[in-house]
Write a protein that binds this ligand. Structure first.
Ligand code: FAD
Length: 446
């Protein structure tokens, strides 16, 4: 009897423990993907996913069996139709993924759902304090994560199983993306990007990663999101490097693991403030709040670094991490809007949009998240621009109206904005004080 390898966030064939598990058990396997409309039903992330599916299908010689619908119905139906002995997956730790898998397991009856590996170097929930409780702060988690260590990449070989080319009833063609994926999709593209990054930018990563103008980060986030490459592979390649770049890169990967762990331990934090004091935070609302939000989304706030970031997001489905922090701070502390408005907009646009990293990245900036980062550290968008885009190149790249303004002056516009660029929609100094007042209000209530 064949086994089923059900692909989800692991759209690759190398370093895929699920495949080893399936191969150990059966010579024949069906490679399956379920198009679940509840996840990324449209937009750039779906286009990226479809691109990755096409790439995977090509690697499998056209034998990826794609079905559409509710996985809790489709997977058990497929298992019955193929008379499968087992269904293999890598574990999903998102709130939706966990409940879906529990249901699938029930519906499968006698056919076991076997979870091998996860999208993380260390599966969420594994790194705990001595007393068995979860870490709530990054640095101690990071130390423990390091000490825990991770496995070497799995040596998987897609040829060890015969891939079934079954004409199953529900099989559909892989839909064409609405638009071409914003970056090259799939495992080969991910590996190529990783090797380019190691050769060109890793050595300078510790300093360069904060500079949006230099664009020296790896841009692997969307590949990690869809599992075109596994963090284990990256950590393994870094193991022999003792430089600051490698150490910093490992640390950034650890943030991804930390946020997945937090979401696993406290699933409610996807949509609720981790720091409950913030439940009482007064936000702006009404038409002026809607207008401010709209200006932020469109990159028309009159703060050049904010607008550059928001336009990069629209154009590339990606934004530099430093600028994500700046625009998130601006939304929550200058415009006094709820972090989840911004988080939702990011999730609609990002090709790397990931519930754990996004919601907790937002909460971290908003001050209600996992960190000791004090709320009163409010980013000044002008100073941030001057510091991290010192020659103004990033702003000019994304805001064509400002291309005539030379050098770092582009951040302050001392001669006023050009006629086609807005005046600042708020005064940062005033809104900073307002944000601090609102914060004092909610903290004084306790
Ligand atoms: P690199 O600098 O090359 O980092 C390598 C990898 O480390 C990244 O691909 C990512 O997987 C991980 N990483 C780096 N920084 C972080 C971080 N702060 N938190 C978690 N993981 C990190 N990342 C997402 O993958 N998806 C999101 O939806 C997302 N939303 C964010 C929202 C906000 C408000 C903020 C401040 C950050 C968010 N991040 C998110 C984290 C980070 O901005 C991106 O991972 C990073 O910009 C991706 O680019 P890169 O691959 O070139 O990063």
């Amino acid at each position: 009897r064949p086994s089923i390898v059900w692909f989800r966030r692991d759209l690759r064939l190398g370093d895929l423990p699920t495949l080893s598990a399936a191969a150990a058990e059966s010579d024949v396997a069906a490679a399956v993907f379920v198009l679940d409309d509840r996840l990324a039903a449209r937009g750039p992330r779906r286009d990226m996913m479809l691109g990755c599916l096409r790439a995977l299908d090509e690697q499998l010689g056209g034998r990826l069996i794609v079905v559409r619908g509710d996985p809790t119905v489709q997977i058990p139906a497929l298992a019955r139709e193929l008379e499968a002995a087992t269904v293999h997956v890598s574990a999903d730790f998102t709130p939706y993924g966990r409940s879906r898998d529990r249901l699938v397991e029930q519906e499968l009856g006698d056919v076991p759902l076997i979870r091998t590996g996860s999208p993380y170097a260390v599966a969420p929930g594994r790194v705990v304090k001595g007393d068995g409780t979860a870490y709530r702060v990054f640095r101690p988690f990071q130390r423990a994560w390091h000490e825990h260590g991770w496995r070497a990449p799995a040596r998987t070989d897609a040829e060890t199983v015969g891939w079934l080319d079954a004409a199953v009833r529900a099989r559909v063609e892989i839909p064409r993306p609405d638009a071409a994926p914003l970056i090259a999709a799939g495992e080969t593209a991910a590996l190529t990007r990783w090797h380019e990054f190691i050769a060109a930018d890793l050595a300078d990563y510790a300093d360069g990663r904060d500079r949006p103008d230099l664009d020296q980060t790896s841009r692997l986030s969307a590949y990690l999101k869809f599992g075109c490459i596994h963090p284990r592979t990256l950590l393994y390649d870094l193991r022999t490097r003792a430089d600051d770049g490698a150490a910093k890169y490992r640390s950034e990967l650890c943030w991804r693991e930390f946020y997945a762990d937090v979401l696993h331990q406290r699933p409610e934090t996807a949509y609720r403030n981790q720091d409950a004091r913030f439940d009482a935070m007064p936000y702006d609302d009404g038409p002026s709040a809607d207008d401010a939000f709209d200006a932020w989304c469109r990159g028309r706030t009159g703060y050049p670094i904010v607008d550059a970031g928001m336009r990069q997001l629209t154009a590339e489905g990606w934004m530099h991490n430093r600028v994500r922090m700046i625009v998130a701070s601006f939304l929550t502390k200058d415009l006094h809007l709820p972090w989840w408005w911004g988080a939702r907009h990011f999730m609609d646009r990002l090709i790397d949009g990931d519930l754990a990293s996004n919601q907790h990245g937002w909460q971290w900036v908003a001050g209600c998240g996992t960190d000791a980062a004090p709320y009163f550290r409010v980013f000044n968008p002008t100073v941030q621009g001057e510091k991290f885009d010192p020659d103004g190149d990033y702003v000019r790249r994304w805001v064509p109206e400002l291309r005539g303004v030379a050098g770092r002056r582009v951040h302050r516009l001392p001669d006023g904005p050009p006629s086609d660029y807005p005046q600042p929609i708020v005064d940062h100094a005033v809104e900073r004080r307002e944000a601090l007042d609102r914060y004092s209000e909610i903290t004084a209530k306790r």
